[in-house]
Design a protein around this ligand. Structure first.
Ligand SMILES: Cc1ncc(C[n+]2csc(CCOP(=O)(O)OP(=O)(O)O)c2C)c(N)n1
Length: 545
């Protein structure tokens, strides 16, 4: 008979989870103790609960299994809130375990107590407070089931400290049978017919394919059926971007020229993507509420289908199962769609072509990104924080699986460094490159301590422009000449990088930039500070170019 804390750990291990990220707290000593001396699960000690949560999310994206972070009650749980929101918007399976005040003090407004069911009610898929140790096995089963099914997302598991140490004779439950809703054979037959006869079909593929085997299945399917595809927001790593069938991504604001071409599609097959405000360009593509083209929507979660756009075929099932069931077309592609595919590709190439900047206040960050993209190792993992420096990453780096892009759909600053650390831990043999701004770095850059401790040779490219440029440029556009709250002074980042054991390089000009590929190819941890041009991204300057 073990403790409920041990049962939590055993349940995680039984479900293939081999790492937890934590910041300790007195409220979950019993869970920490259950992690003591375990060879089958690694405890990564983080420096901030947001960092721990971001790491767990990045780890989940790389493994396809739930990411787990353990935090203390009240203050720890509040720090972790950004990760719960990120997991929700990014559709990532994530379990946040929070130690709670003892059962006798629950709902008494006691020291550091929060009612997490209220706090996380709007952003977690489920929030469970376990007051009976005998129900821990059942709760773990449901937690793992909930985070991984339908639209994956966060579950918050709240366990009072005395429940964690209480004994239970329940045993952990390993992976249960996967839920596999299959498409109706009649729907598959209809979709086959549509795919064979469409003159200008387009596939919009998304996060449900971001899992082991998903990319390979997608590429095979598109090639067999000769279907061009766009990817959902920040999912550029689903398909080789240089592929003739790759038509780009649905970003924050796609150029009008590209949208004019996309509007000519006569069949839109949405494959494992939600049609959100971003993928639909502010609910303008396709037409709201009755799309101008045939719409077939495949998503594991029925609540993601038909919410804003009426679907002609609504298939609440696994997109990989649908691709397999569709099989191969009756006839080989005969080139009839070449003009359509070429038109999409031409728009995509315009967007992907790096722009030229005539500036003298530093290095245009787009030049940095283009150079990294040209030299990206085939197995690289790229993590991106939020900011203007990230914008070209999504346009000009020609991602190709198995390269990975870990960038939060939710646009949370502070994700980049923890994600790189998690990637370094998970994939020690793969090159890991993090793009981060000077604003975002100072939010969670302290997690480089974990990289130092674990000797991870990650590469950090820090864009220093002494401001929250993303917001600054919007301020300049909407409130010209009234800059407030968006520019700042910086500490010496070179000292910070060295303090964490990194070799530091400062790049001040485009001339110095040529050395970047050589620096990134070095073995050890590298910290590259780019003196980034602000003029290159200012609205007036952009208009002039
Ligand atoms: C946690 C969080 N806080 C605030 C924002 C709003 N925000 C988006 S980008 C940005 C500025 C980012 O600054 P920096 O990291 O220096 O990159 P830059 O835009 O200067 O390239 C801010 C404040 C956010 N997305 N996330």
């Amino acid at each position: 008979m073990g403790t409920a804390g041990e049962l939590i750990v055993d349940s995680l291990v039984a479900n293939g989870i081999d790492r937890v990220f934590c910041v300790p707290g007195e409220s979950y000593l019993g869970l920490l103790d259950a992690l003591y001396g375990r060879a089958d699960i690694d405890t990564a000690v983080c420096r901030h609960e947001a960092g721990a949560g971001f790491m767990a999310i990045a780890d989940a994206r790389l493994t396809g299994r739930p990411g787990v972070a353990c935090v203390s009650r009240g203050p720890g749980a509040s720090n972790a809130a950004i990760a719960v929101h990120t997991a929700q918007q990014d559709e990532v399976p994530f379990i946040l375990v929070i130690g709670q005040v003892p059962v006798r003090n629950v709902r008494r407004d006691s020291f550091q107590e929060i009612d997490y069911r209220q706090m996380y009610g709007a952003i977690a898929k489920w929030c469970a407070e376990v007051t009976d140790p005998a129900r821990m096995a059942e709760t773990m089963l449901r937690a793992i089931q909930t985070v991984t099914t339908g639209t994956p997302g966060p579950v918050v598991l709240v366990v009072p400290e005395d429940v964690l140490t209480a004994r239970t004779d329940a045993t952990p439950v390993g992976p249960q049978a996967a839920i596999r809703a299959a498409a109706a054979p009649a729907d598959i037959a209809t979709l086959r017919g549509w795919l064979e006869t469409a003159a200008r079909p387009l596939v919009l593929c998304g996060r449900s394919l971001d899992r082991p085997g998903g990319r390979e299945a997608l590429r095979d399917f598109l090639e067999q059926w000769d279907l061009p595809a766009v990817v959902s927001f920040r999912s550029q790593d689903l398909l080789p971007n240089a592929h003739r069938l790759y038509a780009g991504d649905m970003g924050l604001a796609n150029p009008p020229g590209q949208m004019a071409v996309l509007r000519r599609a006569d069949l839109l097959l949405v494959l494992g993507a939600r049609i959100t405000d971003i993928t639909s360009q502010g609910y303008t593509y396709p037409d709201l509420v009755r799309p101008q083209m045939r719409l077939a929507h495949v998503h594991p979660d029925p609540s993601a289908i038909g919410t804003h756009f009426a679907a002609d075929l609504a298939m609440a099932c696994d997109p990989q199962q649908v691709m397999a069931a569709l099989g191969v077309p009756a006839r080989q592609p005969d080139g009839a769609r070449d003009k359509w595919i070429d038109a999409l590709g031409a728009e995509r190439r315009k967007i992907a072509t790096p722009r030229r900047f005539d500036v003298d206040d530093g290095v245009p960050f787009e030049d940095v990104v283009a150079l990294v993209g040209q030299n990206l190792p085939p197995d690289a993992i790229v993590t991106v924080d939020a900011g203007t420096f990230g914008v070209p990453v999504y346009r000009v780096i020609p991602f190709a699986p198995p390269q990975r892009l870990l960038a939060p759909i939710v646009g949370a600053m502070g994700f980049g460094i923890p994600a790189a650390v998690a990637a370094g831990l998970r994939e020690p043999a793969r090159p890991v490159i993090c793009f981060v701004g000077d604003g975002g770095f100072l939010m969670t850059g302290n997690e480089l301590a974990v990289a130092m401790e674990r000797k991870l040779p990650i590469k950090v490219i820090l864009s220093e422009n002494r401001g929250y440029a993303s917001i600054f440029i919007q301020q300049e556009r909407e409130y010209p000449g009234r800059t407030v709250g968006t520019m700042f002074a910086n500490p010496d980042f070179a000292l910070i990088g060295r303090a964490f054991g990194f070799e530091v390089t400062r790049i001040k000009s485009c001339r110095d930039l040529a050395d970047l590929p050589r620096i990134l190819a070095k073995d050890g941890p590298q910290f590259v500070i780019i003196e980034t041009s602000l003029d290159a991204v200012r609205p007036r300057r952009k208009e002039a170019l």
